[in-house]
Write a protein that binds this ligand. Sequence first.
Ligand SMILES: [Zn+2]
Length: 373
Amino acid sequence: MTTRSTELLRVVHRSPGVTRADAARLLGVGTGAATELVTKLSRAELLIQGPAAPSGARGRPTTVLLPHPDGPLVLAVAITHETWRVEAVQLGGTCAAEVEGRHAGAAWPQVRSAVRGAIGELRRQYGPRLRATGVSVPGTVSRDLRLDAVGAGWHDVDLTTLCPDTDVFVAGNDATLAATAESRRGAATDASVALHLRIESGLGGAVVEDGRPVIGARGAAGEFGHMPFGDPAVRCPCGARGCWGIAVDGQALARLLDEPAPLDSFSYARRVLASAARSAEPELSAVRTVAATLGRGIAGLVNGLDADLVTLGGLGADLLAAVPAEIGAAYRDGLMSIHRESPPPIVPAALGDHGPIAGAAEEAWSALLPRLA
Ligand SMILES: [Zn+2]
């Protein structure tokens, strides 16, 4: 397929419902050439043309470009420490169907068979329309698609066995994928250097510069949770002392509350936040302590990276909603004076808990688009 056809699909993927005239302008082609491309892609059942919603303006009716209702789909899979979810996603990012379940910290073979069962269910429904697979996982993913998720006890796992009969398979770390999604469709679309941080079981994230995440030489970049912004008296499962991630998550709240380490760190943290929202003590004090540690660390990263926007996902977004003043005060205190005049905003991730799976779908679509005939 020609580059221009791929480019047009990319435009419709980014902005489903774009007018044909705007798409032609974005591609830098004339009206005739655009019509020809659209006709070709409609025949290939990739796009359809529809009338635009009436704008009230006079003139010729406008034509908009939309994903074909029987067009290709990608499978997007998100596995967390507690749950899994599989979606069939259209061009343009709309979810056509989903299957989900809980695994509550199961061993990898059990999680894999649950996910494979869900993929099989969607395959029976959509058959050959499913053309690519993108997977989000809570750990580091090597360039040969092997997963290490220390917190979950999954080591050197071959991710391609999740979906052996797919031509196009991509996988990545959940926080990195959430960062990508946030830059393409979320709160960071206008940022030049966006820092995304996601707290779930531990803390991960990514720096996205001009829409591209920095993934590192071995695919392990973004492990900001293991920077020493935490308590030097506490040893992290990674082997280091003073890690930031274990000072801002459910484990940190449990330590502050003198409670045993929770198995479901994320759900536990949300329960503590709910108590803090009713001004219950000592929960509120624990939440404030964690929030200040979060704000101080974000300042350190903004100083180091010169990001112009920070998005928070997972528990980070919940903390920002619950105790914004504590995060903000510690953040401003930690910023260099050059940033303090107009501190880069800290905002909740627009895609919320959907970020990692949305990023998995985005990467699957990016890999598939050039291959569509
Ligand atoms: Zn660590």
